[in-house]
Design a protein around this ligand. Structure first.
Ligand SMILES: *Cc1c(COP(=O)(O)O)cnc(C)c1O
Length: 396
């Protein structure tokens, strides 16, 4: 018997006030040369995603290609071990192994409707690059992925995968030759080539990116809400997700934001658990403008961004979504640093208890859930944002 859950995206309005403002956060802090491009993108997005044509096509691909709806799995062994009733939202079962594909499909569909000639993206560990190359292949549009030279060497397998999928991988030798420099290279290219479409992979950057990414990832929370109601006849008391830039988390959380009784918990990449050896932006950062948006950021004494540190490449980012920043300040959600060691323990534990090896990123959410739910006997959902095959080779 199939899962009768409806794949549903949006609504748009519940997720945003105006022009990319989430309270004092968000907005678009960009060079004037990009203002026209992003304004056009914001307007086009708002019009296009309302059409049945767009929605139907997006949902068809999510269903037939990505494999949605992803299951909501009652993890009985983990539940018994922790002493609460825990369901896992299985984004790890999506094609390409994480939630990132949801957003890539959405943005590339939009790019094609806009008449874009090619997709450009940057990637650090290669996860977003692979998802972008995959979605570009299925939707038939050329794709360039910018990557720091050091990352190209470190992530040889993902580079081969992207090339196999037909993407052009462009190594950059700017600066430290890692993710930040790949962003600069991609932005430089975007300014020179306005007919290209810049595909951002997380809930960050200038307006309209957080709005778009949050919208496309809202399928996660919309499904999970229907699924838990169908299984349990009630809402969960707690929901959990790992927070890097914040896209899988906002995807799950947006389905429950209006339900005041649902407690929302975000697990940040705590690294060693002390500043500055951490990627826990909301726990250890300050409000600042970083990469086009006003949000929290890990900064030094002078207020300049510092490199983050986390065992999980996907969480290793000194910035954060402006909506999560706002939710932290308003108290609607709570954010906690989860250390590398705690994440590794959860990674091993879930593998042994449930036969599910979560991505080391997702393991942060599992670790946090285990702590908060210990002997509570309460109902909860944990987002397993991705699968951990990519992490197995590493000694942990
Ligand atoms: C990229 C990634 C993350 C972090 O990104 P968000 O935008 O915060 O979701 C988390 N989990 C997995 C598996 C990832 O690949």
């Amino acid at each position: 018997m199939g899962d009768s859950t409806n794949i549903k995206v949006g609504p748009l309005d519940s997720m945003l006030e105006h022009n990319g403002a989430y309270g004092p956060y968000g907005g678009a802090y960009i060079p004037p040369v990009l203002e026209g491009q992003l304004k056009k993108l914001a307007d086009f997005f708002d019009e296009e995603v309302k059409t049945d044509d767009f929605k139907n096509e997006f949902i068809r691909i999510l269903k037939q290609y990505v494999g949605r709806p992803s299951p909501l799995y009652y993890a009985k062994n983990l539940s018994d071990y922790v002493g609460s009733k825990i369901y896992l939202k299985r984004e790890d079962l999506n094609h390409t192994g994480s939630h990132k594909i949801n957003n890539c499909i959405g943005q590339i569909l939009l790019a094609k409707k806009m008449g874009a000639k090619e997709i450009i993206a940057e990637t650090g560990a290669g996860q977003h690059g692979v998802a972008t190359a995959t979605a570009s292949a299925i939707l038939g549009i050329p794709c360039k992925v910018f990557m720091g030279e050091i990352d190209v060497e470190r992530q040889a397998l993902n580079v081969r995968r992207m090339r196999l999928l037909g993407a052009e991988v462009i190594p950059t030798n700017l600066g430290s030759r890692t993710l930040k420099d790949a962003v600069d290279a991609a932005l430089g290219y975007y300014i020179q080539n306005p007919e290209s479409f810049y595909l951002l992979g997380s809930h960050v950057g200038p307006h309209p990116y957080p709005r778009m990414v949050g919208y496309f990832q809202s399928v996660i929370g919309n499904e999970a809400r229907q699924q838990i109601l169908a299984e349990e006849g009630k809402l969960p008391k707690h929901i959990f997700a790992a927070v890097g830039g914040g896209s899988n988390a906002i995807g799950l959380f947006s389905g429950f934001l209006a339900d005041d009784e649902v407690e929302i918990h975000g697990a940040e990449g705590g690294g060693e658990g002390i500043y500055p050896n951490t990627a826990a932006t909301l726990s250890f950062g300050k409000p600042a403008v970083f990469q086009g948006t006003m949000s929290y950021c890990l900064v030094d004494d002078e207020g300049n961004p510092i490199p983050s540190k986390s065992i999980a490449a996907g969480l290793d980012y000194p910035g954060i979504s402006p909506q999560h920043a706002h939710m932290k300040d308003s108290g609607r959600a709570k954010y906690y640093p989860v250390t590398d060691a705690e994440a590794v323990e959860a990674y091993k534990l879930l593998s042994r208890l449930e036969g599910i090896t979560p991505a080391i990123e997702s393991s942060h959410a599992v670790a946090l859930a285990m702590k908060v739910l210990k002997n509570k006997g309460e109902l909860a959902i944990v987002n397993v944002s991705g699968r951990g095959d990519k992490d197995v080779e590493r000694e942990m």
